[in-house]
Design a protein around this ligand. Structure first.
Ligand code: SF4
Ligand code: SF4
Length: 243
């Protein structure tokens, strides 16, 4: 793995991991399909952001945007609280209309991706949280994710993993858990590397095969939208996709 300097402040990390994942404002793509038009990853009913302890300290010193997540005491929420990784806090922001981009948490910046590792602990790229694939427009449009965003993602998690080995370990287990989920569904695991390529990972053997972005699936309403594309729009779409 690339050697990253683990001696960083969250102020620096936020500056280094600041690019939007796409040129398109994807909140305008997924919001119309969600309650009240709220972008899915900013809807506290669907996604609860978290922050590392030092990150939370930094946020509290800089902004009023965040507070600790209270939840509503449901069984699901108690389960989520139990599952939160040590050294992290569950947070709630003021809402998407009051977002302060420079104080978005690392989890906001990374969504819908997690840092995927093979079983040897090599950080290979970005994989997405499967449970959001019917709701998150980006997952159905992975060619829209900017290469420079992926590089910032790699540098940010490289540093986080060096400072917090336990976080690396947690994502290592999570990557294995996702491989088992994908294997049970008899599917491949979609992976974006840090150099602009897309791969399908065999969840059992972990062999990777490069694939074309054109062959990636779309889900939920976004799949239906693609099926409805008119013939004269097809050429435009193909030209914007990478091979
Ligand atoms: S990352 Fe996904 S869920 Fe979040 S705003 Fe973009 S399309 Fe919506
Ligand atoms: S801080 Fe911004 S990006 Fe993060 S959940 Fe709140 S509104 Fe969404």
């Amino acid at each position: 793995m690339t050697d990253f300097n683990s001696d960083f402040t969250f102020k620096e990390l936020y500056q280094e991991f600041s690019l939007p994942l796409s040129e398109i404002d994807c909140g305008e793509k997924c919001g119309p399909y969600n309650d009240h038009g709220v972008p899915v990853c900013c809807d506290i009913e669907l996604v609860v952001p978290s922050a590392y302890d030092l990150e939370w300290e930094y946020l509290q010193s800089e902004t009023e945007l965040w507070r600790l997540w209270q939840g509503s005491g449901s069984v699901e929420q108690e389960e989520l609280t139990r599952k939160v990784q040590p050294g992290q806090q569950l947070l709630q922001c003021l809402g998407h209309q009051y977002c302060q981009r420079s104080y978005r948490s690392i989890t906001c910046r990374a969504f819908p991706f997690y840092p995927y590792q093979d079983s040897s602990g090599n950080l290979l790229g970005l994989a997405y949280y499967r449970e959001y694939r019917n709701q998150c427009w980006i997952i159905s449009n992975l060619s829209a994710v900017k290469d420079e965003y992926k590089k910032q993602f790699q540098r940010a998690f490289g540093k986080i993993f060096q400072r917090y080995p336990e976080i690396k370990e947690n994502f290592l287990h999570f990557s294995g858990y996702m491989r088992r989920q994908v294997a049970d569904a008899d599917e491949g695991l979609t992976l974006l590397d840090f150099a602009g390529r897309a791969f399908m990972v065999n969840p059992i053997t972990e062999q990777v095969q490069e694939i074309s972005y054109c062959d990636l699936e779309s889900y939920g309403p976004f799949g239906i939208m693609k099926d409805l594309v008119f013939p004269d729009e097809v050429q435009d779409q193909v030209q914007t996709k990478k091979n």
